[in-house]
Design a protein around this ligand. Structure first.
Ligand SMILES: NC(=O)c1ccc[n+]([C@@H]2O[C@H](COP(=O)([O-])OP(=O)(O)OC[C@H]3O[C@@H](n4cnc5c(N)ncnc54)[C@H](OP(=O)(O)O)[C@@H]3O)[C@@H](O)[C@H]2O)c1
Length: 265
């Protein structure tokens, strides 16, 4: 991937693939309005777009990337295997369908959207075949807890590069065992719903920290994830917020801010 615009940072996956630290979540961004918002995000400098077969918007993501005029390799595209497509043959078919909808020959990251312990071994084998065939530059999982991860680490040959999990300060303590295992195994943690779906943006502690840094509480939450080394994928249906959510590279939370946020749960 070429240089990220502005001061954005990136993480490097275990196989050397570089992934932007902040991306656009696209759940609910569909049809024409979705395409406009994704395009606006690319214009604002986003270089990571998080999609999924389940979001019914891979076609819109592909269109927005092509309309942006950016080279394909400048944008990091994630999609995810639907729950109904677990199993070896089904997963192989599903990735081809996703690529067809995206209008791309390769995605950057392909994730198992939710674990299905009974089919996990064969589904992961399919993910490995997808990776070997070059249909995804990296493969990973989502919503995997310690037990799910241990199973895939035991049975698989390729380690997941990423585990995308719900993550924000109020559930940090609860997720700590999963995060610790990921870090120990070199698996990048990607925080979904990093704004907790907007549910506690008026929290007094967040407001105090945001006020001191002259930023919004949403920016504090995204910055918290970035400083932990997580990838964060906030979503908004408003262009101004989409822009602001990427603007988190011009301030730094103190160690004390980080510790207080970590203890919010
Ligand atoms: N792997 C999985 O199973 C999974 C599950 C859930 C989500 N995800 C991914 O993670 C992405 C993000 O998670 P999410 O969509 O659940 O929630 P989120 O990003 O935590 O929060 C989105 C909500 O926050 C509001 N918001 C966004 N920016 C804001 C700002 N600057 N100020 C105030 N409010 C703001 C949005 O409202 P407005 O639209 O009105 O701005 C929206 O209601 C998803 O889109 C999806 O890509 C993955």
């Amino acid at each position: 991937m070429s240089e990220l615009p502005g001061k954005q940072s990136a993480v490097t996956l275990a196989n050397g693939v570089v992934m932007p630290a902040v991306g656009l979540g696209t759940w609910t961004l569909r049809r024409e309005r979705g395409a406009e918002l994704i395009r606006a995000a690319l214009d604002a400098g986003y270089r990571l777009i998080d999609s999924a077969a389940m979001y019914d918007n891979e076609d819109v993501v592909g269109q927005a990337v092509r309309a942006s005029g950016l080279a394909r390799e400048e944008v990091f595209i994630t999609s995810k295997l639907d729950n109904s497509d677990h199993g070896y043959e089904r997963a192989l078919r599903a990735v081809d369908e996703s690529l067809r909808r995206l209008g791309m020959e390769q995605m950057d990251l392909y994730l198992i959207h939710w674990p299905q312990p009974r089919k996990q071994e064969e589904t992961w084998r399919a993910m490995e075949a997808i990776y070997a065939a070059g249909k995804a530059r990296a493969i990973g999982v989502s919503n995997f807890d310690v037990r799910d991860l241990e199973a895939v680490l035991r049975s698989g040959e390729v380690k997941p590069a990423v585990n995308q999990i719900e993550l924000h300060p109020r559930i940090y303590a609860r997720e700590k065992p999963t995060i610790d295992l990921c870090q120990q195994e070199g698996i990048v943690v990607e925080a979904y719903s990093p704004l907790a779906k907007g549910r506690y943006l008026d929290d007094p502690l967040l407001r105090e920290i945001a006020g001191r840094h002259g930023v919004s509480t949403a920016q504090v939450l995204i910055r918290w994830a970035v400083q932990h080394g997580f990838v964060a994928i906030p979503r908004s249906s408003k262009v101004e917020r989409i822009r602001a959510n990427l603007d988190v590279f011009g301030f730094e939370l103190t160690d004390e801010d980080m510790a207080r946020l970590d203890a919010m749960g």
